[in-house]
Design a protein around this ligand. Structure first.
Ligand SMILES: NC(=O)c1ccc[n+]([C@@H]2O[C@H](COP(=O)([O-])OP(=O)(O)OC[C@H]3O[C@@H](n4cnc5c(N)ncnc54)[C@H](OP(=O)(O)O)[C@@H]3O)[C@@H](O)[C@H]2O)c1
Length: 169
């Protein structure tokens, strides 16, 4: 099972503020949907709750919410009490590629064993309080880069990047 992270990251590594996304980029939302549909997604409890209730659980995906709260429930989602348990739940479903979808705490705790990164670079700097963890690019190879211009629907230019971890990295 491939373990991937998918995130939209600003030029100064910001991913969110006050438990919400800062930018509105429908082009990136569509990309996120296309990449993750049909797969298990693993989300931190805070990120899950930041998704507007009408959009959660994310459709056509097995939503696995990670929380330390023993009595937490999220209708339509599966609860895991550790990241290891979340990965096991995905494996039990014969998943081929599981997606870590944030937020900051979950990206940071999984960075050491994730082997594929789908990073949408957002070409702007933002004031925020949630950050994507730094990753040493010398251990990673960029296999795809698709620049997208700003337009009337997408306020900022952005680039879809896919990175894979080097063998032994
Ligand atoms: N730009 C992007 O692509 C993107 C993507 C996703 C999220 N975001 C942003 O990221 C921010 C949220 O990130 P965050 O770091 O504050 O929260 P988070 O990672 O979404 O969730 C943190 C919560 O996850 C649970 N948790 C963390 N580690 C755990 C572990 N090892 N075992 C069990 N449970 C664990 C805890 O839940 P309990 O407190 O319930 O125990 C913890 O409070 C928001 O601003 C959101 O918009 C941005």
């Amino acid at each position: 099972m491939i373990i991937s992270s998918i995130a939209a990251v600003s030029e100064n590594n910001v991913i969110g503020k006050d438990n919400r996304l800062i930018w509105r980029l429908p082009g990136d939302m569509n990309y996120f949907k296309e990449m993750t549909e049909g797969h298990c997604v693993i989300t931190g409890r805070k990120n899950y709750e930041s998704i507007p209730s009408k959009f959660r659980p994310l459709i056509n995906r097995t939503n696995i919410v990670v929380t330390r709260q023993k009595d937490y429930s999220a209708p339509g989602a599966i609860i895991a009490h550790s990241i290891e348990e979340a990965l096991l739940l995905a494996k039990e479903r014969a998943e081929t590629e599981v997606f870590i979808i944030g937020g900051a705490e979950i990206y940071s705790q999984t960075m050491s064993f994730v082997t594929k990164l789908y990073i949408t670079e957002v070409h702007h700097c933002f004031d925020g309080d949630a950050f994507f963890p730094p990753f040493d690019r010398k251990f990673w190879k960029e296999i795809s880069r698709i620049p997208m211009p700003a337009d009337d629907k997408n306020q900022y230019a952005y680039t879809f990047c896919v990175w894979v971890k080097n063998k032994g990295g």
